[in-house]
Design a protein around this ligand. Sequence first.
Ligand code: BGC
Length: 752
Amino acid sequence: MDKFPSLNLLSIFAIFAVLSPAYAQHPRHNMPDATAQNQAIAARPWMNPKLSPDQRADMVLRQMTLDEKIDLLHGQGMPGWRGKPMPNADLGNGGVGFVLGVPRLGIPIIQMDDAAYGVRLSARNGRYSTAMPSNLGSAASWDAQAACEYGGVIGRELRAQGYNMSLGGGVDLVRELRGGRTFEYMGEDPILAGTLVGNRIKCEQAVHVIGDIKHYAMNDQESGRTEVDVIIGKRAMQESDLLAFQIGIAVGHPAAVMCAYNAVNGDYSCQNNYLLTDVLKQSWHFPGFVLSDWGGTHSTVKASAAGLDNEQPLDIFYSEKMKEAVQSGAVPMSQLDDHVHRILRSEFAVGIVDYPTQKSVVQAERDLNIARKVEEQSIVLLKNEHNILPLDVAKIHSIAIIGSHADVGMISGGGSAQVDPPGSTSPEWQEHVWFPPSPLKVIRAQSSASTVQFDSGSDAASAAALAGRSDVAIVFVNQWSSEGMDLPSLSLPDNQDALIEQVAAANPRTIVVLESSTAVLMPWIDKVSGVVEAWFAGSGGTHAVANILFGKVNPSGKLPITFPLTEADQPPPQIVPPPPGAQGRTAVMRTGEAKPTFSVEYTEGLKVGYKWYDAEHKKVLFPFGFGLAYTTYSYSNLQVEPGATPAVTFTVKNTGNRAGEEIAEVYAALPASANEPPKRLVGWSKVPLNPGESKQVRVAIPQLYLSIYDEQQQGWKLLPGSYSFMVGGSSADLPLVKQVDLSATPAPNSGQ
Ligand code: BGC
């Protein structure tokens, strides 16, 4: 990412264009000749792409006035944000924020938009965006290539819409399944989540869009999110959420990290020296910039010293107050320059200077296909009694489609992640939004059944009557969620459980399709024949679901979270509401030196997600890593190669009669002296297999994944001793086990 091996036509154009006073009016100049290019570089040596991003940033920095530097350190408002008029508002691109450039030096404006699962606010700006499956859904693919394609769609659509920075990449670990933004995150395991978010960001940045990873760190509940103080030990945080960020950053090299609203161990994340400086910038050597979540900045001098580089979306602390602080010496010039350097070097590293955006039409068809394929890989088949699925079109004469606006579309997640459906006006904050086409229409088209009828499910008796008259009933149910709220429970809302019960009583050949933000409780599980977890399925979701139901695609997704039997079975702490009389989000954002009003202690320690259920011997509804297919697989012949990078090899066989892709999972139990939960995921491989085919699979395991964080030594270490490696198709089904001794080796990286 740091180097651009050859100067392409676009970058030559960019060099010329930024020199030309007529650039703004006439962006489509003829390509400059070599002389013009050389002159351009002579006049602005930092435009030479052969120099490193750091060299280029330093050259620009030396030319900048104090006011120009400060312009780079804050936002210019967001449409509708507290109504504060900002003088440069007309330079925005309609997104949620932007940072001024330095036109005289050829530094562009950073135009940002939310892009959790697609580009936000497109309809409002007369544009089109593709909704990808929810982030959690896409994590069920366990597929780095799918994550890359996901990022590619978002990156290209951002650019086509005139943006050069993405605000997506949510990777806080799912600890409390009712958390309202669970659908924006990548599950409960740091290695899976970090690997996937990293691949997504890598491919976003490959098309010259600054990638962002968020919300750093432990933004795990929405209730009181701007005033909650998360209390967590260093080892527990390093081995959970921070590890997800560490891996995401190592894999994807995001140029930006967004710090979170909440405080951690007493200090707000956006002025938390441990998080921003000790860990992110020093231990992980993060070279990019930290921007605050919207309204998450609470000071000037303290935040600057702690490592916050950019305030969003306004200029309360990082404009006039920053200038005064620099002039008085409270913020050293070297610190200010470091903030500016990080922003500039990121712009060069990702290529937003060399490859300016040019608005164009989004290639909707191409992206819809990708959205469908990613969803096909993300759907998890949870139950399939008597092989009710795939539906046998030759034998089924009538299908009842019931519930959840299945005559309209499939639901999506709300808040700042919300993508506008085609042809809509941009929805309101927390409006329920369905993406077309309707399951009814697509199932009708795919099925040869003589009747495919719909019942809204608002009257369970009428839905049950239709189910009773049909060969098979497919009940679509939803569990909507959004930023800014937590779910009251994991039960399906709006009497959907009762609807399923009644439909299944009328026809046990009932298949439930879940459109859910997170895990769902299933009191009806024994009464239905099939359960398909489709998550928030995105623009390609309906076709993907139909392709799974009718067997055009063999399901391969595996759960990235545990589905518990009850909410109370979850690890503590469960969502803690803010105390009565708490200040509330807006107040906290306005009150300068705000303080958290309540705390949540993360007493589960290392036992996040499946590690908790394992350690506590709690039964679950569906375990982490679980997912069925229309075929079966067997595992054999596990070998472990110890060494600097240990590796496991084993054989997977497709024992059924359909081609499929098995996600083979590798877990490790550490030596007893480590005091770790019983096992952790350390690797996996997605193995395509024809019927009857066997393949030998090798999974190399980075030492870091087998190590523990030592608080005394402030670093990771691999303990000598006996390690058990376990391989199989889910965290609860690991038929292969082998123990080996790994000797002590130097820590894989030092750290805070
Ligand atoms: C969210 C961020 C988002 C920002 C801008 C905040 O409320 O927490 O994830 O990027 O708003 O919309």
